[in-house]
Design a protein around this ligand. Structure first.
Ligand SMILES: [Fe+2]
Ligand SMILES: [Fe+2]
Length: 188
């Protein structure tokens, strides 16, 4: 398995500088959340480091890599292939970097959509991606405060914001995002 330093080296070579800074921000935020909510810090750092490995790939490439690995894609994923960069990142992490831990891989896979009944690590990576220090959108500071007090409240607000944003853009909402949001509302 690659070390964290090896993965950082790969990221520096393969991502734009602003994306690299984002990934390091996600890593630091995930580690803070892991401390507060009792997740493994090493797993949190690894999941953050791999979550955007495939961020720079074109939609066409993302679709073909998923198909070549036997995944059946739905109409939302074909229409918004960017959603597949988490899955392709996990494929690269497993095949190229020898990362086998399913909890780490799933945290990368589901950071683009969320899912029903997320694990603690999946929640941490989803929201760390949303609120890391280089993110700047109206309400981000409030969302950070909420998340550091109550993880599920922060997540719900993130899903609500995302769903509203997708509707305003006229895009398709992934089924898993609706399920992620409904699950939290049902289990409050
Ligand atoms: Fe991403
Ligand atoms: Fe990201």
């Amino acid at each position: 398995m690659w070390t964290e330093e090896q993965i950082k080296g790969y990221l520096r070579e393969n991502l734009k500088e602003s994306r690299y800074i984002h990934v390091i921000g996600v890593m630091e935020t995930a580690e803070k959340l892991a401390t507060i909510y009792g997740e493994d810090k090493v797993k949190s750092r690894y999941a953050a480091l791999i979550h955007d490995l495939a961020k720079h790939e074109s939609g066409e490439t993302l679709i073909s890599i998923c198909k070549n690995h036997g995944y059946t894609l739905n109409s939302v994923e074909i229409n918004s292939p960017h959603l597949l960069h988490g899955l392709v990142g996990a494929i690269i992490a497993k095949e190229k970097m020898g990362i086998e831990d399913d909890d780490i891989l799933n945290a990368a896979i589901f950071h683009t959509t969320g899912k029903e009944n997320m694990t603690l690590l999946e929640k941490i990576i989803y929201i760390a991606d949303y609120i890391e220090p280089s993110r700047d959108f109206p309400g981000v500071e409030e969302l950070r405060e909420i998340t550091f007090k109550n993880l599920d409240k922060g997540l719900l607000k993130a899903f609500d914001n995302t769903i509203k944003f997708i509707i305003d853009k006229g895009l398709l909402i992934h089924q898993r995002t609706i399920e992620a949001r409904n699950y939290i509302v049902n289990n409050k």
